[in-house]
Design a protein around this ligand. Structure first.
Ligand SMILES: Cc1cc2ncn([C@H]3O[C@H](COP(=O)(O)O)[C@@H](O)[C@H]3O)c2cc1C
Ligand SMILES: O=C(O)c1cccnc1
Length: 351
Protein backbone atom coordinates (compact mmCIF):
# COMPACT_ATOMS: atom_id res chain seq x y z
CA UNK A 1 0.00 0.00 0.00
CA UNK A 2 2.92 2.31 0.74
CA UNK A 3 4.26 2.03 -2.80
CA UNK A 4 0.84 2.74 -4.32
CA UNK A 5 0.26 5.74 -2.05
CA UNK A 6 3.68 7.17 -2.85
CA UNK A 7 3.10 6.67 -6.58
CA UNK A 8 -0.27 8.43 -6.48
CA UNK A 9 1.33 11.36 -4.67
CA UNK A 10 3.94 11.62 -7.43
CA UNK A 11 1.41 11.93 -10.27
CA UNK A 12 1.36 15.59 -11.27
CA UNK A 13 -0.45 17.49 -13.97
CA UNK A 14 1.30 17.77 -17.32
CA UNK A 15 3.30 20.86 -18.34
CA UNK A 16 0.84 23.25 -20.02
CA UNK A 17 3.49 25.85 -20.81
CA UNK A 18 5.55 23.46 -22.92
CA UNK A 19 2.36 22.31 -24.64
CA UNK A 20 1.58 25.93 -25.54
CA UNK A 21 5.08 26.35 -26.97
CA UNK A 22 4.62 23.16 -29.03
CA UNK A 23 1.24 24.38 -30.30
CA UNK A 24 2.71 27.74 -31.28
CA UNK A 25 5.55 26.07 -33.21
CA UNK A 26 3.21 23.60 -34.98
CA UNK A 27 1.10 26.55 -36.12
CA UNK A 28 4.19 28.18 -37.69
CA UNK A 29 5.25 25.12 -39.69
CA UNK A 30 4.79 25.00 -43.47
CA UNK A 31 1.36 23.34 -43.61
CA UNK A 32 -2.20 24.47 -43.11
CA UNK A 33 -2.86 24.79 -39.38
CA UNK A 34 -3.85 21.45 -37.83
CA UNK A 35 -3.50 19.55 -41.11
CA UNK A 36 -1.42 16.74 -39.58
CA UNK A 37 -4.41 15.99 -37.37
CA UNK A 38 -3.85 13.49 -34.57
CA UNK A 39 -0.07 13.57 -35.09
CA UNK A 40 -0.07 17.21 -34.04
CA UNK A 41 -2.23 16.52 -30.98
CA UNK A 42 0.08 13.65 -30.07
CA UNK A 43 3.20 15.84 -30.32
CA UNK A 44 1.59 18.47 -28.08
CA UNK A 45 0.54 15.85 -25.53
CA UNK A 46 4.03 14.30 -25.44
CA UNK A 47 5.74 17.63 -24.83
CA UNK A 48 3.42 18.17 -21.86
CA UNK A 49 4.19 14.73 -20.43
CA UNK A 50 7.96 15.09 -20.74
CA UNK A 51 8.11 18.83 -20.05
CA UNK A 52 10.40 19.09 -23.04
CA UNK A 53 9.84 20.51 -26.54
CA UNK A 54 11.61 17.68 -28.41
CA UNK A 55 11.49 14.58 -26.19
CA UNK A 56 13.00 11.28 -27.35
CA UNK A 57 11.04 8.02 -27.57
CA UNK A 58 13.81 5.90 -29.03
CA UNK A 59 14.01 3.61 -26.00
CA UNK A 60 10.80 1.60 -26.08
CA UNK A 61 9.76 -1.08 -23.59
CA UNK A 62 6.67 -3.23 -23.91
CA UNK A 63 5.33 -5.00 -20.81
CA UNK A 64 3.12 -8.09 -21.13
CA UNK A 65 1.27 -9.14 -17.97
CA UNK A 66 0.15 -12.80 -17.84
CA UNK A 67 -2.48 -14.29 -15.53
CA UNK A 68 -5.31 -16.79 -15.37
CA UNK A 69 -9.00 -16.50 -14.56
CA UNK A 70 -11.18 -18.77 -12.42
CA UNK A 71 -14.18 -17.70 -14.49
CA UNK A 72 -13.04 -19.83 -17.47
CA UNK A 73 -14.83 -22.74 -15.79
CA UNK A 74 -18.10 -20.98 -16.78
CA UNK A 75 -17.31 -21.51 -20.49
CA UNK A 76 -16.68 -17.81 -21.20
CA UNK A 77 -13.76 -18.52 -23.55
CA UNK A 78 -13.58 -20.99 -26.45
CA UNK A 79 -9.96 -21.62 -25.43
CA UNK A 80 -8.45 -23.94 -22.83
CA UNK A 81 -6.78 -22.31 -19.82
CA UNK A 82 -3.48 -24.10 -20.63
CA UNK A 83 -3.07 -21.77 -23.62
CA UNK A 84 -2.00 -19.00 -21.23
CA UNK A 85 1.09 -21.00 -20.21
CA UNK A 86 1.70 -22.26 -23.73
CA UNK A 87 1.60 -18.71 -25.11
CA UNK A 88 3.88 -17.35 -22.38
CA UNK A 89 6.36 -20.09 -23.31
CA UNK A 90 5.94 -19.01 -26.93
CA UNK A 91 6.69 -15.37 -25.90
CA UNK A 92 9.87 -16.54 -24.19
CA UNK A 93 10.83 -18.46 -27.35
CA UNK A 94 10.21 -15.36 -29.53
CA UNK A 95 7.45 -17.05 -31.54
CA UNK A 96 4.32 -14.95 -30.93
CA UNK A 97 2.84 -11.98 -32.79
CA UNK A 98 4.01 -9.64 -30.03
CA UNK A 99 7.61 -10.85 -30.42
CA UNK A 100 7.59 -10.19 -34.15
CA UNK A 101 5.92 -6.77 -33.89
CA UNK A 102 7.98 -5.57 -30.91
CA UNK A 103 11.16 -6.51 -32.79
CA UNK A 104 9.92 -4.68 -35.86
CA UNK A 105 9.57 -1.39 -33.94
CA UNK A 106 12.63 -1.93 -31.74
CA UNK A 107 10.78 -2.35 -28.44
CA UNK A 108 12.28 -4.40 -25.63
CA UNK A 109 9.82 -7.02 -24.31
CA UNK A 110 9.24 -7.80 -20.64
CA UNK A 111 7.00 -10.75 -19.81
CA UNK A 112 5.58 -10.86 -16.28
CA UNK A 113 3.84 -13.76 -14.52
CA UNK A 114 1.54 -11.86 -12.19
CA UNK A 115 -0.95 -14.69 -11.67
CA UNK A 116 -0.69 -17.66 -13.97
CA UNK A 117 -2.13 -20.96 -12.74
CA UNK A 118 1.09 -22.74 -13.75
CA UNK A 119 4.47 -21.96 -12.24
CA UNK A 120 6.85 -21.54 -15.15
CA UNK A 121 10.53 -21.31 -14.49
CA UNK A 122 12.50 -19.38 -17.05
CA UNK A 123 15.26 -16.84 -16.71
CA UNK A 124 13.62 -14.37 -19.06
CA UNK A 125 10.28 -14.50 -17.21
CA UNK A 126 9.72 -11.87 -14.52
CA UNK A 127 7.97 -13.85 -11.80
CA UNK A 128 5.84 -11.67 -9.54
CA UNK A 129 2.91 -13.96 -8.94
CA UNK A 130 0.22 -12.70 -6.57
CA UNK A 131 -1.69 -15.99 -6.76
CA UNK A 132 -2.33 -18.88 -9.16
CA UNK A 133 -5.25 -17.34 -11.03
CA UNK A 134 -8.23 -15.34 -9.79
CA UNK A 135 -11.33 -16.83 -8.18
CA UNK A 136 -14.36 -17.53 -10.38
CA UNK A 137 -16.10 -14.17 -10.29
CA UNK A 138 -19.45 -15.78 -11.09
CA UNK A 139 -19.19 -17.34 -7.62
CA UNK A 140 -17.20 -14.92 -5.50
CA UNK A 141 -14.97 -11.83 -5.72
CA UNK A 142 -12.07 -12.33 -8.14
CA UNK A 143 -9.54 -11.39 -5.45
CA UNK A 144 -9.20 -9.56 -2.17
CA UNK A 145 -8.54 -5.84 -2.06
CA UNK A 146 -5.11 -6.62 -0.64
CA UNK A 147 -4.30 -8.82 -3.63
CA UNK A 148 -5.54 -6.10 -6.00
CA UNK A 149 -3.25 -3.56 -4.33
CA UNK A 150 -0.29 -5.96 -4.46
CA UNK A 151 -0.92 -6.54 -8.17
CA UNK A 152 -1.08 -2.78 -8.79
CA UNK A 153 2.23 -2.48 -6.97
CA UNK A 154 3.78 -5.21 -9.14
CA UNK A 155 2.92 -3.08 -12.18
CA UNK A 156 4.48 -0.03 -10.54
CA UNK A 157 7.66 -1.97 -9.69
CA UNK A 158 8.07 -3.43 -13.17
CA UNK A 159 7.58 -0.10 -14.91
CA UNK A 160 9.91 1.69 -12.49
CA UNK A 161 12.62 -0.88 -13.28
CA UNK A 162 12.07 -0.33 -17.01
CA UNK A 163 12.27 3.45 -16.63
CA UNK A 164 15.42 3.15 -14.52
CA UNK A 165 16.93 1.12 -17.38
CA UNK A 166 16.18 3.95 -19.79
CA UNK A 167 12.67 3.33 -21.17
CA UNK A 168 11.21 6.53 -22.64
CA UNK A 169 7.86 5.04 -23.65
CA UNK A 170 5.99 2.03 -22.29
CA UNK A 171 3.56 -0.28 -24.09
CA UNK A 172 1.11 -2.49 -22.21
CA UNK A 173 -0.31 -5.86 -23.19
CA UNK A 174 -1.52 -9.10 -21.66
CA UNK A 175 -2.02 -12.83 -21.95
CA UNK A 176 -4.75 -14.57 -19.98
CA UNK A 177 -7.36 -16.92 -21.37
CA UNK A 178 -10.79 -15.64 -20.30
CA UNK A 179 -9.70 -12.07 -19.70
CA UNK A 180 -12.21 -10.38 -22.02
CA UNK A 181 -14.84 -11.39 -19.41
CA UNK A 182 -13.47 -9.42 -16.41
CA UNK A 183 -12.58 -6.61 -18.83
CA UNK A 184 -16.19 -6.36 -20.01
CA UNK A 185 -17.42 -6.50 -16.40
CA UNK A 186 -15.12 -3.59 -15.51
CA UNK A 187 -16.34 -1.55 -18.49
CA UNK A 188 -19.96 -2.12 -17.42
CA UNK A 189 -19.18 -1.32 -13.78
CA UNK A 190 -17.41 1.94 -14.63
CA UNK A 191 -19.34 3.30 -17.61
CA UNK A 192 -22.80 1.89 -16.89
CA UNK A 193 -23.10 0.91 -20.58
CA UNK A 194 -25.53 -1.97 -21.27
CA UNK A 195 -23.68 -5.29 -20.96
CA UNK A 196 -25.05 -6.68 -24.22
CA UNK A 197 -23.51 -3.70 -26.07
CA UNK A 198 -20.08 -4.24 -24.52
CA UNK A 199 -19.57 -7.99 -24.75
CA UNK A 200 -17.95 -9.52 -27.82
CA UNK A 201 -16.75 -12.94 -28.92
CA UNK A 202 -13.27 -12.53 -27.44
CA UNK A 203 -10.88 -15.06 -28.92
CA UNK A 204 -13.69 -16.68 -30.93
CA UNK A 205 -16.92 -17.60 -29.11
CA UNK A 206 -20.01 -18.48 -31.16
CA UNK A 207 -23.38 -16.73 -30.64
CA UNK A 208 -24.49 -19.14 -27.88
CA UNK A 209 -21.14 -18.63 -26.16
CA UNK A 210 -21.53 -14.84 -26.22
CA UNK A 211 -25.02 -15.20 -24.73
CA UNK A 212 -23.62 -17.30 -21.89
CA UNK A 213 -20.76 -14.81 -21.38
CA UNK A 214 -23.30 -11.98 -21.02
CA UNK A 215 -25.21 -13.95 -18.36
CA UNK A 216 -22.00 -14.77 -16.47
CA UNK A 217 -21.00 -11.09 -16.43
CA UNK A 218 -24.48 -10.04 -15.26
CA UNK A 219 -24.29 -12.61 -12.45
CA UNK A 220 -20.82 -11.45 -11.38
CA UNK A 221 -21.91 -7.82 -11.21
CA UNK A 222 -24.98 -8.68 -9.14
CA UNK A 223 -23.20 -11.06 -6.81
CA UNK A 224 -20.03 -9.09 -6.04
CA UNK A 225 -21.00 -5.81 -4.47
CA UNK A 226 -18.54 -2.97 -4.94
CA UNK A 227 -18.24 0.74 -4.43
CA UNK A 228 -18.47 2.12 -7.96
CA UNK A 229 -16.32 5.14 -6.98
CA UNK A 230 -13.48 2.88 -5.84
CA UNK A 231 -11.30 1.54 -8.68
CA UNK A 232 -9.50 -0.91 -6.39
CA UNK A 233 -12.80 -2.33 -5.14
CA UNK A 234 -14.05 -2.84 -8.72
CA UNK A 235 -10.75 -4.53 -9.60
CA UNK A 236 -11.04 -6.89 -6.63
CA UNK A 237 -14.71 -7.69 -7.29
CA UNK A 238 -14.68 -8.43 -11.02
CA UNK A 239 -11.14 -7.80 -12.31
CA UNK A 240 -8.04 -9.80 -13.10
CA UNK A 241 -4.44 -9.84 -11.94
CA UNK A 242 -2.97 -8.85 -15.34
CA UNK A 243 -5.54 -6.04 -15.56
CA UNK A 244 -4.40 -4.81 -12.14
CA UNK A 245 -0.77 -5.13 -13.22
CA UNK A 246 -1.35 -3.01 -16.33
CA UNK A 247 -3.23 -0.40 -14.26
CA UNK A 248 -0.19 -0.29 -11.96
CA UNK A 249 2.10 0.21 -14.96
CA UNK A 250 -0.02 3.19 -16.04
CA UNK A 251 0.10 4.76 -12.57
CA UNK A 252 3.85 4.13 -12.19
CA UNK A 253 4.65 5.53 -15.63
CA UNK A 254 2.54 8.66 -15.03
CA UNK A 255 4.32 9.23 -11.71
CA UNK A 256 7.60 9.20 -13.67
CA UNK A 257 6.36 11.38 -16.56
CA UNK A 258 6.56 8.57 -19.10
CA UNK A 259 3.80 7.98 -21.68
CA UNK A 260 2.01 4.62 -21.85
CA UNK A 261 0.65 3.26 -25.12
CA UNK A 262 -2.57 1.31 -24.64
CA UNK A 263 -3.62 -1.76 -26.60
CA UNK A 264 -7.06 -3.33 -27.01
CA UNK A 265 -10.03 -4.12 -24.78
CA UNK A 266 -8.16 -5.57 -21.82
CA UNK A 267 -5.53 -2.84 -21.51
CA UNK A 268 -8.44 -0.42 -21.93
CA UNK A 269 -10.19 -1.94 -18.91
CA UNK A 270 -6.94 -1.43 -16.98
CA UNK A 271 -6.90 2.19 -18.13
CA UNK A 272 -10.45 2.70 -16.82
CA UNK A 273 -9.37 1.36 -13.42
CA UNK A 274 -6.30 3.61 -13.40
CA UNK A 275 -8.47 6.59 -14.38
CA UNK A 276 -10.86 5.80 -11.52
CA UNK A 277 -7.92 5.73 -9.09
CA UNK A 278 -6.28 8.89 -10.51
CA UNK A 279 -8.07 10.81 -13.31
CA UNK A 280 -4.87 12.70 -14.28
CA UNK A 281 -3.38 9.52 -15.84
CA UNK A 282 -5.44 10.10 -19.00
CA UNK A 283 -2.99 12.86 -19.90
CA UNK A 284 -0.19 10.25 -19.88
CA UNK A 285 -2.08 7.65 -21.93
CA UNK A 286 -1.56 7.25 -25.66
CA UNK A 287 -4.25 5.35 -27.59
CA UNK A 288 -3.28 2.93 -30.35
CA UNK A 289 -5.88 0.95 -32.30
CA UNK A 290 -9.57 0.22 -32.06
CA UNK A 291 -10.25 -3.46 -31.39
CA UNK A 292 -13.04 -5.50 -32.99
CA UNK A 293 -14.41 -6.01 -29.43
CA UNK A 294 -17.48 -3.74 -29.15
CA UNK A 295 -16.63 -2.54 -25.64
CA UNK A 296 -13.44 -0.87 -26.78
CA UNK A 297 -15.16 2.23 -28.16
CA UNK A 298 -16.98 2.65 -24.83
CA UNK A 299 -13.55 2.71 -23.16
CA UNK A 300 -12.13 5.33 -25.52
CA UNK A 301 -15.23 7.47 -24.99
CA UNK A 302 -14.88 7.33 -21.21
CA UNK A 303 -11.17 8.17 -21.44
CA UNK A 304 -11.80 10.95 -23.98
CA UNK A 305 -9.22 9.44 -26.36
CA UNK A 306 -9.41 8.57 -30.03
CA UNK A 307 -7.42 5.70 -31.59
CA UNK A 308 -4.98 6.11 -34.49
CA UNK A 309 -5.42 2.74 -36.18
CA UNK A 310 -8.33 0.58 -37.29
CA UNK A 311 -6.81 -2.71 -38.44
CA UNK A 312 -9.66 -5.10 -37.49
CA UNK A 313 -7.35 -6.53 -34.84
CA UNK A 314 -8.53 -8.48 -31.76
CA UNK A 315 -5.47 -10.27 -30.48
CA UNK A 316 -4.22 -8.48 -27.39
CA UNK A 317 -0.66 -9.11 -26.09
CA UNK A 318 -0.06 -5.43 -26.82
CA UNK A 319 0.15 -5.94 -30.59
CA UNK A 320 -1.74 -2.71 -31.30
CA UNK A 321 0.30 -0.81 -28.74
CA UNK A 322 3.67 -1.60 -30.30
CA UNK A 323 2.34 -0.84 -33.79
CA UNK A 324 1.48 2.69 -32.62
CA UNK A 325 4.83 3.31 -30.88
CA UNK A 326 6.61 4.76 -33.95
CA UNK A 327 3.97 7.51 -34.09
CA UNK A 328 5.54 9.06 -30.99
CA UNK A 329 8.93 9.61 -32.64
CA UNK A 330 7.19 10.64 -35.88
CA UNK A 331 5.07 13.31 -34.22
CA UNK A 332 8.12 14.83 -32.52
CA UNK A 333 10.17 14.80 -35.73
CA UNK A 334 7.39 16.83 -37.39
CA UNK A 335 7.52 19.33 -34.55
CA UNK A 336 11.34 19.52 -34.57
CA UNK A 337 12.40 19.07 -38.19
CA UNK A 338 9.83 20.83 -40.38
CA UNK A 339 10.65 24.37 -41.50
CA UNK A 340 8.56 27.31 -40.33
CA UNK A 341 6.98 29.67 -42.87
CA UNK A 342 9.67 32.24 -42.02
CA UNK A 343 12.55 29.76 -42.48
CA UNK A 344 11.22 28.43 -45.77
CA UNK A 345 10.11 31.83 -47.12
CA UNK A 346 6.61 30.55 -47.79
CA UNK A 347 3.63 32.91 -47.41
CA UNK A 348 1.88 32.09 -44.14
CA UNK A 349 -1.84 31.74 -44.90
CA UNK A 350 -2.69 32.08 -41.19
CA UNK A 351 -0.71 35.26 -40.51
C1 LIG B 1 -3.48 -18.72 -29.20
C2 LIG B 1 -3.93 -17.44 -28.52
C3 LIG B 1 -3.05 -16.37 -28.39
C4 LIG B 1 -3.49 -15.20 -27.79
N1 LIG B 1 -2.85 -14.05 -27.56
C5 LIG B 1 -3.68 -13.22 -26.98
N2 LIG B 1 -4.89 -13.78 -26.83
C6 LIG B 1 -6.04 -13.06 -26.30
O1 LIG B 1 -7.15 -13.93 -26.06
C7 LIG B 1 -7.47 -14.04 -24.68
C8 LIG B 1 -8.78 -13.36 -24.39
O2 LIG B 1 -9.85 -13.94 -25.07
P1 LIG B 1 -10.95 -14.80 -24.29
O3 LIG B 1 -11.51 -13.90 -23.24
O4 LIG B 1 -11.94 -15.16 -25.35
O5 LIG B 1 -10.25 -16.00 -23.71
C9 LIG B 1 -6.35 -13.33 -23.96
O6 LIG B 1 -5.34 -14.23 -23.59
C10 LIG B 1 -5.87 -12.32 -24.97
O7 LIG B 1 -4.60 -11.86 -24.71
C11 LIG B 1 -4.81 -15.04 -27.33
C12 LIG B 1 -5.71 -16.11 -27.45
C13 LIG B 1 -5.27 -17.31 -28.05
C14 LIG B 1 -6.22 -18.45 -28.18
O1 LIG C 1 -9.14 -6.21 -27.86
C1 LIG C 1 -8.30 -7.06 -27.57
O2 LIG C 1 -7.13 -6.72 -27.26
C2 LIG C 1 -8.66 -8.52 -27.55
C3 LIG C 1 -9.83 -8.96 -28.10
C4 LIG C 1 -10.13 -10.30 -28.09
C5 LIG C 1 -9.26 -11.19 -27.50
N1 LIG C 1 -8.13 -10.76 -26.97
C6 LIG C 1 -7.82 -9.43 -26.98
Amino acid sequence: MKKLKQTLQNIKSVDLETMEAATARLDQLTKPKGSLGKLEKLAIKLTGIRSELYPSFKNKTHIVMAADHGVVEEGVSPCAQEITTQMVTNFLNQGAAINVLAKQVGAELKIVDIGMVDDLEAEALITKKIKNGTNNLAQTRAMTKKEAILALEVGIEVVEDAIKSGAEVIGIGEMGIGNTTPSSAIIAAITGAPIAEIVGFGSGLDAAGVKNKIEVIKTSLKLNKFDSDDGIDILAAVGGLEIAGMAGVILGAAANKVPVVMDGLISGAAALIAQKIEPEIVNYLIPSHISVEPGHKTIYKKLGLSPFLDLDMRLGEGTGAVLAMPFLDTSISILRDMATFAEAAVINPNA
